[in-house]
Design a protein around this ligand. Structure first.
Ligand code: GLA
Length: 725
């Protein structure tokens, strides 16, 4: 066996000039290894991705013919990672290894940069890998640049290519629609290409999220099996392509969707692709979620170490129909029930074209004088007087044609000449590839926040996708840059907002869950995952979302019955118990509640504060899936395992009672834990009463489990589990 000159990512700071010595490159996390080798021809090959290998095993891995980053024209798979037309019209690219650098970027992270160069053209691709050791997550992206005389055109520009050679592959995707996002669907992959993708450009996750599980050799399970979990950090059109080739090998090519998006790259310009974040688990998907949650808290989400506030939102309470008096009443009731913030939703702006429905006013961000004669400041002050914070809804990327903004700047929208205005929700998208539009959008936020420094929270909405995909700003030959230019423009605005307004919390909303991804989250504290607030549907939507995104950032609101979207009626306790399993909020008119419901809500909110640190910062364990069982349950365990909270729901009535044991997880076997029911429907008898206050060992709870019967549809239990001496 040929002896490698270099093995292991722990060998740091290898100078680029030393590449000639290098034949093996290892990207290690605590439990996984990703290995590349350079073959005799100088090509970089993917050798292995799986459980961590020791140095000797790495040495003994064999050469493959798998291109690390397959380029069109010289690679033998169908889906190329890279397809370029060079300045002279040559359509092929042939990449050779040119060097590697490995640097430690802190206690827990190593960055590996592999440089590949074309054999003829001055054309370079750098593959970046950040290995987050404790979290077992790899973040991979690429950077493309060249020094050719003329611009080159990029047609495919993937972030990553991963290769597997297994007997079978099962793909779980997260798909849906407005008000029914993040459904989990698993399929066995057969020969050919299966794409998880979006071509929507903006609000691009509404139908499919850029997340996946790939289970090797059998279906994905919660606690067992070899699974890769991955997610692409990009809020625009994306494509995750899974190709089973003629030898039953699987290639995953991920990145920005190249569809209608070719990019003219000027000499010296660096084209940076978004990152694919991925992890390998040999104990099922549960651990994958926990890794992503911890990673998100540390690196992914804005201020992931800060407690998220509870809030009352007036959207479902009033829609567009409110005035100062109505809102002041809601603010008072919100404070009285124990909420920490009042969020004023859509409808507060526009004067020439008042925003009294979704057909006018969007873009005119001045306070509507008729509804709010004393301006926003008055309401901010009302909230302050009641001891709570104030938040506000904005949809700064969009415009109604019926607005002063559109009258002034019709060329600021995405659209094309000779075409009818194509409206969706009566609105158009502002062209964020245009720096003037970026300035405008930043200016909207800047003005509101600087005039009202006590505004503590923004709900940033985005309610439509791209059609008529033209830019009046971009030149005719660069029209296809719009998709990427839009996202870059959005990031540039968000960067400016965050640089100036560090303490303002922001919720990312996009007609519900149309924009939830790991590139946007660094700017946002939380996200609105669906306009559907029906608790039964929410169990599924939250089940799907929390596979990749942490509950601390997942806003979940109690709303009225019958539910405005589904028409379903569920008990208030059930609605609270579902919302309390994430970031609790409310979306209803408190004055319409009965005194009993108000008292129940007040107590439930108090109970939420007790468990909030566990829900927002604990580890999530999923016990019974709503996809498999009429009783569903999950729990959060504090990092030090001293406390936990269990949520159990019955989705369907069972005549003789559902007695499925709840086998807990994540506790310490030798510790004793007391179990107490929270958020009780009444102080009387409950099916949990025989267990109330009892102490059990972690061993008992994790093997024999908690056993109590549930009978009725929409019955629910919240159990607080506390370690005792
Ligand atoms: C979107 C959001 C809702 C609400 C409305 C307001 O649909 O998802 O929560 O803010 O906009 O128009």
């Amino acid at each position: 066996m040929k002896k490698s000159k270099i093995a292991g990512c722990l060998l740091l700071c290898v100078a680029a000039t030393a590449y000639a010595e290098t034949t093996t490159i290892t990207v290690n996390t605590r439990n996984t290894s990703l290995i590349y080798k350079v073959d005799d021809a100088g090509k970089l090959r993917q050798i292995y991705f799986g459980p961590i290998l020791d140095a000797e095993s790495v040495e003994n891995t064999q050469m493959t013919q798998v291109d690390a980053y397959p380029a069109f024209g010289t690679s033998y798979i169908n889906e190329a990672a890279l397809r370029v037309v060079h300045g002279d019209g040559n359509t092929s690219t042939e990449l050779y290894f040119d060097g590697v650098e490995q640097n430690r970027l802190g206690d827990d992270m190593t960055e590996t940069v592999i440089t590949l160069k074309d054999g003829y053209f001055p054309f370079t691709v750098k593959l970046f890998f950040r290995a987050y050791e404790t979290n077992d997550i790899i973040e991979q992206w690429s950077e493309i640049t060249h020094a050719e005389k003329k611009p080159v055109t990029l047609y495919n520009f993937a972030s990553s290519h991963l290769f597997f050679n297994e007997p079978s592959y099962y793909l779980t995707q997260f798909c849906g629609e407005w008000a029914m996002e993040m459904n989990m669907v698993e399929t066995q992959l057969s020969r050919g290409v299966k794409n998880i993708e979006s071509k929507l450009g903006v609000r691009s996750d509404q139908h499919a999220h850029p997340c996946f599980y790939l289970s090797l050799g059998g279906k994905a399970q919660e606690r067992a099996g070899r699974v890769i979990g991955g997610t692409l950090a990009w809020p625009g059109s994306y494509r995750l392509s899974f190709e089973v080739d003629h030898r039953e090998n699987l290639h995953i090519v991920s990145g920005i969707n190249p569809y209608a998006s070719h990019y003219i790259l000027a000499p010296k310009e660096v084209f940076k692709t978004p990152a694919l974040l991925y992890t390998y688990s040999d104990s099922g998907v549960g651990v994958i979620s926990r890794r992503f949650h911890r990673w998100a808290q540390k690196y992914g989400i804005y201020r992931g170490d800060k407690t998220r506030t509870t809030l009352l939102n007036n959207w479902e309470a009033t829609y567009f129909d409110f005035n100062e008096e109505v809102l002041s009443g809601i603010i008072k009731d919100a404070a009285d029930m124990g909420f920490e913030l009042f969020l004023l939703d859509d409808g507060w702006f526009g004067n020439k074209y008042p925003r009294n429905s979704d057909n006018a006013g969007l873009g005119d961000w001045d306070c509507n004088k008729k509804k709010l004669p004393h301006g926003l400041g008055y309401l901010v002050e009302e909230a302050k007087k009641n001891g709570i914070k104030f938040g506000i809804w904005l949809e700064p990327e969009m415009v109604n044609p019926k607005s002063e903004l559109y009258e002034k700047h019709p060329d600021w929208v995405i659209g094309q000449p000779h075409r009818q205005l194509d409206l969706s929700r009566n609105q158009l998208i502002l062209d964020l590839s245009n720096p003037k539009v970026q300035d405008f959008v930043f200016g909207v936020i800047d003005k509101i926040l600087s005039e009202n420094p006590d505004i503590a929270y923004i709900k940033w909405d985005c309610n439509r996708f791209v059609t008529n995909s033209g830019s009046y700003f971009l030149s005719p030959e660069k029209q296809s840059h719009l998709w990427i230019g839009y996202v870059r423009g959005l990031f540039s605005v968000l960067e400016r907002v965050r640089t100036k307004y560090k303490d303002v919390s922001m919720m990312c909303c996009s007609g519900g869950g149309g924009r939830i991804d790991y590139a946007t989250l660094p700017y946002f504290d939380e996200f609105w995952i669906s306009d559907n607030t029906d608790a039964l549907d929410r169990i599924f939507i939250q089940w799907g979302t929390t596979q990749f995104f942490p509950s601390m950032a997942l806003a979940s609101h109690v709303s009225v019955v019958p539910n405005h979207i589904t028409g379903r009626t569920e008990p208030l306790k059930f609605r609270f118990d579902v919302a309390m399993s994430a970031k609790l909020g409310m979306d209803l008119q408190p004055k319409d509640m009965s005194p009993e419901d108000k008292t129940f809500s007040r107590n439930a909110i108090k109970d939420y504060y007790k468990i909030r640190p566990i829900v927002q910062f604990g580890d999530l364990y999923r016990l019974l899936s709503p996809y498999e069982s009429r009783r569903t349950a999950m729990m959060y365990v504090a990092e030090d395992k001293s406390e936990a909270v269990l949520f159990a729901y019955l989705l369907k009535k069972t005549i003789n009672g559902d007695t499925q044991p709840l086998i807990l997880e994540g506790l310490e076997p030798a510790r004793n834990y007391k179990v107490t029911e929270l958020n009780k429907a009444s102080q009387g008898y409950s099916w949990f009463t025989p267990l109330e206050g009892k102490v059990f060992s972690g061993d008992y709870l994790m093997k024999y489990g908690l056993r109590f019967t549930m009978y009725n549809e929409y019955e629910s239990k919240v159990i607080y589990i506390e370690s005792v001496k």
